[in-house]
Design a protein around this ligand. Sequence first.
Ligand code: ZN
Length: 704
Amino acid sequence: MIPQETVQRILDTARVEEVVADFVSLRKRGAEWWGCCPFHNEKTPSFHVVPAKGIYYCFGCHKGGSAVGFVMDHEHMSYPDALRYLARKYDIEIVEEEVSAEDLAARQRNESLTLVSEFAAGFFREQLGSVEGKSIGLNYFHTRGLEDETISKFGLGWAPSDKHSFTDAARTKGFKEEYLLETGLCAKYDNNEELHDRFVERVVFPIHSVSGRVIAFGARTLKSKEDGKPFAKYVNSKESPIYVKNQSLYGIWFAKGDMAKKDRCYLVEGYLDVISMHQLGITNVVASSGTALTDGQIRLIGRFTKNVTIMYDGDPAGIKAALRGIDMFLKQGMDVKVVLLPDGDDPDSFSRKHTLEEVEEFLASSEQDFVDFKSSLLMEDTAGDPLKRANVINEIADTVADIPDAVKRETYIDFLSRKFDIRRDALEDRVGATRAKNIIAERKAAERVHPRSLSRVEGSQRTAEGESLAPEGELQGPVGEPRRTTVGEPAEPRPGIDSRVQGGDFSSSLARLEENKIMAKAERDLLNFILTYGTTTLEFQSDSEFYADSEDERRTVFDFISQALEEDDAHFSNSVYKATYDAYADDYYDGYAQDEIVKHLLDGPDRNIAYVVSQLSMTEVYELTIKNLRDAMMSRGSWLTKFVPKAILVFQSCRLEDKENSLKQELAQAQKEADSGRILTVMNELIEIRKTMKAVKVRLGREK
Ligand SMILES: [Zn+2]
């Protein structure tokens, strides 16, 4: 357990903009920072960080929270593990209190897998200093031109030829067989076989997560044949909970800073390509080693820069891979260029033959736009064949059709028209037709797949940390209270504030937490007011029924709402909204300021509450409303005095509707049982409810 004072120190020290910047490339605009959201796929930044408030928020997917919340959501960590991560980042020592059995169990799995991997990385590194390691492994790295400093920076190592050496070392350290197997560091082909190393007599490249922990390995053999049989040149770690291949890039941990700073990423193919380029001084380089390029990897790059240069070998395989990569990058809205290296060179050999200046100059002068690249490539064997030439032009136009940005598409159509001397409208027709075809195909594909209600964090590594404490609640409904069934169709649109107060569409993202649909929107609206203006005093005009003469009687937004609820003996019926309301009330009565309360709720371990708060507390979401307010020539104060009482009326009206619904059900039941006494009572109650409903509706109508 982390002592409470330490928790506080960590939360006070962590700067949200610094924590987020480790994962997202941010640009400053005024007092805020903006970047592309790491939680959903986007091309223009809608993710912003507000240092003054200690929060981040995405206008696209409505994810938001504090520094610790960001780490939890982005790295899939539990609350305590996110705190430990922040403590590491800010050099805050944690003297743990006695660790409970559950804590231990919770941290076990993923942390164990990461610890095994990090132990293995240390073991392989050490082995590079052994007699065998030196003479084979280290010697190999040296002949490839790697300096000792580079070898140690990338943590390169040696897996010994004795196929039990790692297994024995790990067992001596007490690592469990299940983790050794799950990370793919050890293997046994059937149950009778003894556990043994999976990486044997190979040089080893550790693979790091975005946050810098070792999650996997690539291992290369230096032999070409064994007993006359050829075998795999590379063996890589298998997929595991901490290593999701299609979302990992080799070198990302070392490259991400410069990718953001230089606003460009070089994509190469192999481990040694990355390492040699880094050694030369070009450090914004990553590789999709071990897999063909995937969309997840492109999104990972896209978090740091939108500009990519594919730098592959000039052989047919490299060209084919580059062509495939171009289309994938363009589809994701990235700008892509291609550099093909001179015959027979890969980035590794090329960077070893040349100085930094020469390589930089070569890159600058040989970078090709994808149109130039494709056309020069495809035009080669079309000489004198008009049909072939037309096919090539159509193919390039189809690539242009993949570009999401309309202005860019237009620019390319102009360019193609000039380059090939083709009528512009002919090209336009082709691009338009292909786009239409693609859109229909995409729509069909989307219909086949169930839409996911929330973008489960994509493109991020699952690192470390205990699953059972993980913020899964955010993705499920709240547990504990029984689900209330609601009757009939979803509630009709309500009069009054609904459309005004809701600046963004959070209804869909919060809907999965709501049990009572009839009440949900009204409760959300009240929480909106509480979480944005809860401590603001309401200044009613003297002709208002709520006008208070004396200073003491003046009420804040929260006072006003809580008193109205008490008078009605009403509670929020959606458990997560009730929990949020109660948590706010606790802090409010403790005398905290609005921003402190919001930050505290965002920082809290209950991720459902933090999620609700992040959706409903960002004043910026209300820009639309505030714009309405400006249009209406209304001050914020009088806007609040108008709409807070109205929100309560809407809430009351929903409660009556909810009550009416359950009475109707009761009536049906009583009729089925022919219980005339009960029928009469329920009908009387219904009449009363409907009278009150009418009165509330009249008031709502009057206060439009
Ligand atoms: Zn987003």
